[in-house]
Design a protein around this ligand. Structure first.
Ligand SMILES: Cc1cc2nc3c(=O)[nH]c(=O)nc-3n(C[C@H](O)[C@H](O)[C@H](O)COP(=O)(O)OP(=O)(O)OC[C@H]3O[C@@H](n4cnc5c(N)ncnc54)[C@H](O)[C@@H]3O)c2cc1C
Length: 375
């Protein structure tokens, strides 16, 4: 294994690992450092909802990244399974999204993108999903909504990276950068070891701000806790989405109830009795039969938030050789393939498929940015 990799990646979550895999496929030697176990932070904790999209007709770069995810998750899942034998749980299960009057412009965005959808009356929604309660809002059927099982996907990604020669280094926290003039030439590990690399990628999720600050940038990547309750019982067969709350049926009787959004919790990752009660109350209202479901588990993860909800992807201004892919907030799974592709195009000097301007580290965030999907 090389001592001076082409690329050193800080952070082995879905963004770091997917990027590592794509870069290694292009023939680059890649080393990934994580302060803990690989893929056990936000990427493990997430719900794995993959909303539909269409990269050919998206209005914004963020929509384009979502569209790339929607279009490529089926073949990427197949590729990972062929390489590793691990099923990541990708399923085109469909979804029903309940919109409110505040979301009036969203169907037009879907239509412009060419996303298939159908406005339902509540009785029609109940015919499709007989366990659905009397929920307020306008139900829209989204047949192309899909899901992946995060822990399975991460396991497949880790195995795929190993298979193609990525050097994975869990439990190796990165303490800082090695710099020479305005160039970042490597990482300094907490252990004292120094690793130089031709290019560096920061994919440290909610923890990325610390390593950006020392390079003079404060984009305000911050943790936003999300709690999830897992139950087992009778329930919907499609994903049901009500703004930031959702139910994700896994297909084997397990149903994931998500999620809270708690920036005030900082880096505290535990669940709370209030958070869990709130989620159960929501689930029992949405699907009353879930009152009978057994509670299997609950957990929390720290989403990497950003001021406008969009990720930071691209070079770090004023420094050579160092790049960032962080701040994917509620959408890191769906945006992971598009992000990894963009990083790979940058590092291999290929034409860029996505305009990364919207993701610049030094942008002025537009906090009124509205997403076509909130879950
Ligand atoms: C409850 C919940 C539900 C979600 N649901 C969805 C969903 O349905 N669909 C969707 O697309 N997204 C969803 N998300 C969001 C998605 O999970 C995140 O956007 C995504 O996981 C971010 O990936 P990441 O690799 O940037 O971060 P992480 O997975 O947090 O990985 C960052 C890694 O960097 C490591 N690290 C940090 N600093 C250092 C350092 N100094 N040295 C070494 N390693 C370091 C950390 O240990 C960590 O492993 C959800 C998130 C949560 C919490």
């Amino acid at each position: 294994m090389t001592k001076h990799p082409d690329v050193a990646i800080v952070g082995g979550g879905i963004i770091g690992l997917t990027s590592a895999y794509f870069l290694a496929k292009e023939g680059l030697s890649v080393e990934v450092f994580d302060r803990g176990d690989l893929g056990k932070e936000a990427s493990w904790a997430g719900a794995g909802i993959l909303p539909p999209g269409n990269p050919a007709r998206s209005a914004t770069s963020a929509d384009q990244l979502r569209g790339i995810g929607s279009a490529q998750f089926p073949s990427f899942s197949e590729e990972l399974r062929e390489l590793t034998g691990i099923d990541n749980g990708y399923r085109l299960c469909g979804g029903i999204e309940f919109l409110t009057p505040d979301d009036a412009e969203i169907p037009a965005v879907w239509r412009a993108e060419g996303i298939a959808f159908e406005r339902l009356a509540l009785p029609e929604a109940k015919r499709l999903e007989p366990t659905l309660g009397d929920m307020r809002g306008e139900p829209y059927l989204l047949p192309a909504c899909a899901q992946v099982r995060n822990p399975w996907h991460l396991r497949a990604l880790i195995a795929a990276c190993e298979r193609i020669g990525v050097k994975l280094r869990p439990h190796e926290p990165v303490a800082g950068w090695i710099t020479a003039n305005k160039r970042v030439v490597g990482v300094r590990l907490v252990s004292g070891e120094q690793v130089t690399a031709s290019r560096l990628l920061l994919a440290g999720g909610a923890w990325s701000e610390l390593l950006l600050e020392v390079l003079g940038h404060k984009p305000r990547v911050h943790p936003v806790r999300g709690q999830i309750v897992l139950v087992k019982g009778r329930g919907p067969s499609r994903i049901l989405m009500f703004g930031k709350r959702y139910l994700v049926p896994r297909g084997d009787g397990l149903i994931l109830i998500g999620s809270t959004e708690e920036p005030e919790a900082g880096f505290e990752k535990q669940t709370t009795p209030e958070g869990i009660s709130e989620l159960l109350a929501f689930a029992w209202e949405a699907v009353p039969v879930l009152v009978e479901a057994s509670r299997e588990a609950s957990w929390a993860g720290l989403r990497p938030g950003s001021p406008d909800g969009l990720p930071f992807i691209g070079s770090v201004p004023n420094w050579e050789n160092v790049f960032v892919a962080a701040g994917h907030f509620r959408a890191g799974v769906q945006l992971s393939i598009g992000t990894a592709q963009a990083i790979t195009e940058l590092f291999t000097s290929k034409p860029m498929g996505v305009d990364l301007n919207a993701f610049r580290l030094d942008r002025s965030p537009n906090i009124n940015t509205k997403q076509a999907f909130r879950s």
